[in-house]
Design a protein around this ligand. Structure first.
Ligand code: GDP
Length: 392
């Protein structure tokens, strides 16, 4: 599946940058175009792979390239005011060659949190291609203002995109790790999962044809209908046989083939369980997911239709959904078989409810503190019996 990716804010830009690196490394060609938008000049300069003419600095007259300091209302305002500048970068994208837009942002900050929903709304108004969001939730240790920003942005972003895929930093936080080092690993995880998912719908010419390849329309259909999505992942190392090589010829007697096939099927079904019941990008109850897509990636000799069928059936039972799609993605050279499961239209997500609760408390506290601080300042500045007069 070919995407036009736009990273909004620092996290958004870094993740899109990572997608480009992944694309170059694996040759998956999912990023047809990439741009980064920010109010902070330094963040744009830190990017490595997004070309310089696709880095858009907005809000220069308002914040002079210094960012919006976690004020997402200001982030949204600036995005609206300078949407033409963002459009300028999008104009150079051959939109007829992309299957969808992907707007990526960290929802806890200011620029991406406020700007991403504005951009999504703009893109949907102008283009017929689907507009997806990849929203990153802050860690619960980041504090009230980040939680409040994320809760408000999440609500708005979901409404403006065709589907919001969510990654929760909180579920992936490791204690005792530097923030930078932590993000490096987290961003790898994001790109691995979504890279395989989107790569599945982008089989290259000359690539080995699998039994039932995932098509980009299957990804689009799974994501259609809106709502919130999460992605599960599991992998197992395997020894790759070079096709037609000595090893495969030696093993090519009937018995071994049968054994292998049973083993392959079992490996696939166990990977499907691990992916669905393990850590999701947004932890939630999988029961009630409206649609699902199961992608099995790996060397073709480790993929089989029976395994995918069993995995699909199991997912249908677990989710209660009648719309579970599945297929494979022949992928050589990585030394593993991996399962990616996209669960779309999830609604039982305790983490979101918790985020909203903390956000409401933070909002009440902020209002209180603001009121109190007005009163306190008044008390400090004015003299007790109002004898002094201001100059003007
Ligand atoms: P903005 O530049 O104002 O949009 O804000 P940032 O993108 O810097 O931060 C917004 C939120 O994104 C933070 O609260 C973090 O939760 C998260 N974040 C920042 N950098 C990264 C990153 O590199 N990876 C991930 N996964 N999350 C990040």
């Amino acid at each position: 599946m070919k995407l036009a990716m736009i990273g909004f804010g620092q996290a958004g830009g870094k993740v899109v940058d990572k997608f480009l690196e992944y694309d170059k490394r694996t040759g998956s060609e999912i990023v047809r175009a990439a741009a980064a938008v920010n109010t902070a000049k330094a963040d744009l300069m830190g990017l490595e792979h997004i070309s310089e003419d696709q880095r858009v600095l907005i809000g220069q007259s308002r914040v002079k390239g210094h960012g919006v300091g976690a004020d997402n209302e200001l982030g949204a305002e600036i995005a609206e005011e300078d949407i033409d500048e963002v459009q300028g970068a999008i104009d150079s994208i051959p939109v007829h060659e992309v299957d969808a837009f992907l707007v990526v942002a960290g929802l806890g900050g200011g620029t991406g949190s406020g700007g991403a929903p504005v951009l999504a709304k703009h893109l949907k108004r102008i283009y017929t291609e689907p507009v997806y969001g990849l929203g990153i939730l802050p860690g619960s240790d980041e504090g009230g203002i980040y939680t409040l920003n994320a809760a408000r942005s999440f609500q708005t972003f979901v409404r403006e995109v065709d589907n919001l895929m969510v990654f929760d930093n909180d579920a992936w936080r490791k204690t005792g790790e530097s923030v930078q080092g932590g993000y490096e690993e987290i961003n790898e995880e994001i790109v691995r999962r979504f890279g395989i998912l989107f790569g599945a719908g982008e089989i290259q010419q000359g690539q080995e044809i699998a039994e039932s390849v995932v098509d980009s329309s299957e990804i689009i259909n799974t994501l259609s209908g809106g709502g919130v999505s999460t992605v599960g992942y599991a992998e197992e190392e395997v020894e790759e046989r070079s096709s037609g090589g000595l090893l495969s010829r030696l093993r090519d007697d009937g018995n071994d083939e049968e054994l292998d096939s049973a083993h392959t099927t079992n490996r696939i079904t166990s990977l499907v369980r691990k992916a669905a019941l393990g850590r999701l990008t947004l932890p939630c109850e999988i029961e009630g997911a409206e649609r699902a897509l199961l992608v099995l990636a790996g060397p073709p000799e480790y993929l089989n239709r029976k395994g995918i069928e069993r995995g699909r059936k199991w997912l249908e039972e677990q989710t209660g959904s009648m719309e579970v799609r599945g297929g494979d993605y022949p992928y050589r050279g990585a030394g593993f078989v991996a399962t990616v499961i996209l669960l779309a239209g999830v609604t039982n997500v305790p983490r979101i409810k918790e985020l909203q609760q903390v956000a409401i408390e933070a909002q009440d506290n902020l209002d209180e503190i603001r009121e109190e601080s007005d009163e306190n300042l008044d008390e400090l500045v004015s003299d007790d019996s109002d004898e002094l007069e201001s100059l003007f």
